[in-house]
Ligand binder design. Structure first.
Ligand code: NAI
Length: 336
């Protein structure tokens, strides 16, 4: 009996002989606070067959470390010092996850990061446009409300733009909203979060959670907590950065959704994407409900008609702010 159970365990852990889908995932900024745990979680994902890690420094150490984990994927790690390091990381990538750039310190807004991170995202997006224009880009670097328009402009300039494949990762807002109501609800469920990824542009749709009854005060407090949840972490880390572990979890979850969609599953997600939903207001990017398939965004769904008046007002107030960040990102590439 013991021997049989052992054999079954060994069989379960060995690699399947069925031909796997080849899924290379590249992480740019892999040696950072988010990059390292994200690389770990991606190494643990059986759908990933190749993991390419890139950073300006320290990547070989991270690659050697996670590379010893006995899952299927092969790991490579390059730095800016390696000849063609970035290119080799990106070659053949299906997904490119970008957490490269500086994080916030106490008292900073995400927009305060613009001056440093805008050029980092622009240059990395340029490399993607040249080496893996068909890859899906998952942009984590803040301010997401501007860095997604930046990557978009770079891809447009390079003549390889497809709005289906560029995503601003807002999953941490969903993860937080879900966690913040879990005790009250008695279970962990998805909470749609729409809008953008900064302060008042983050809009949790608690009205869409079945069985959740909130007073107006509770709803306002929870909404504020989701919008400024990042500040709780920045404050608690006291100068040592912003959310890294929960962000890695959320980023790995979103990457897995895209890999599942590539394997043929119908997946519903939420992300900051190019959309015509608010075209009349002159806004091009908004985080909303998306159906994804192997090509990226398959369908963008409108906000549910049943969202509350309170949530409608939040959407209205977010639009001018989103437009400002979008214009700043777009102008940055145009002026360079
Ligand atoms: P970190 O400073 O710990 O790591 C950033 C890494 O990027 C460093 O290892 C750095 O060497 C690398 N890097 C810088 N320039 C690079 C380049 N040109 N090419 C490749 N790598 C480069 O920062 P952390 O905490 O990992 O945060 C990264 C970014 O993610 C920040 O912009 C932060 O604001 C953002 N973030 C986004 C969230 C979201 O929900 N979308 C949540 C939390 C953070």
């Amino acid at each position: 009996m013991f021997a049989t159970r052992c054999a079954a365990k060994i069989a379960a852990r060995s690699f399947s002989t069925a031909a796997p889908l080849q899924s290379k995932v590249a992480v740019l900024g892999a040696a950072g606070g988010i990059g390292q745990p994200l690389s770990l979680l991606l190494k643990a994902n059986p759908r990933v067959t190749d993991l390419g890690l890139y950073d300006i420094h320290n990547t070989p150490g991270v690659a050697a470390d996670v590379g010893h984990i006995n899952t299927r994927s092969i790991v490579t790690g390059y730095t800016a010092k390696d000849a063609d390091g970035l290119k080799r990381t990106l070659q053949g990538a299906e997904l490119v996850v970008i957490p490269a750039g500086v994080p916030r310190k106490p008292g900073m807004t995400r927009d305060d990061l613009f001056n440093t991170n805008a050029s980092i995202v622009r240059d990395l997006a340029q490399a993607c446009a040249e080496t893996c224009p068909e890859a899906k880009l998952l942009i984590i670097s803040n301010p997401v409300n501007s860095t997604v328009p930046i990557a978009t402009e770079v891809f447009k300039k390079a003549g390889v733009y497809d709005p289906k494949r560029i995503f601003g990762v807002t999953s941490l807002d969903l993860v937080r909203a879900s966690r913040f109501i879990a005790d009250k609800l008695g279970r962990v469920v998805d909470v749609p979060v729409v809008g953008g990824h900064a302060g008042i542009t983050i809009i949790p749709l608690f009205s869409q959670v079945e069985g959740l009854a909130l007073t107006n005060d509770e709803r306002a407090a929870l909404t504020h907590r989701v919008q400024f949840g990042g500040d709780e972490v920045v404050k608690a880390k006291d100068g040592a950065g912003s959310a890294t572990l929960s962000m890695a979890f959320a980023g790995a979850r979103f990457a897995d959704s895209l890999l599942r969609a590539s394997a043929g599953e119908d997946v519903l997600e939420w992300a900051f994407v190019r959309t015509d939903l608010f075209k009349n207001e002159g806004l091009e990017f908004f985080s909303t409900y998306i159906k994804i398939d192997k090509n990226g965004v398959k369908e963008i769904l409108p906000l549910p008609a049943s969202i509350s008046e309170y949530e409608k007002e939040l959407v209205k107030n977010a639009i001018p702010e989103l437009k400002k960040s979008e214009a700043k990102g777009t102008a940055f590439v145009a002026g360079n």
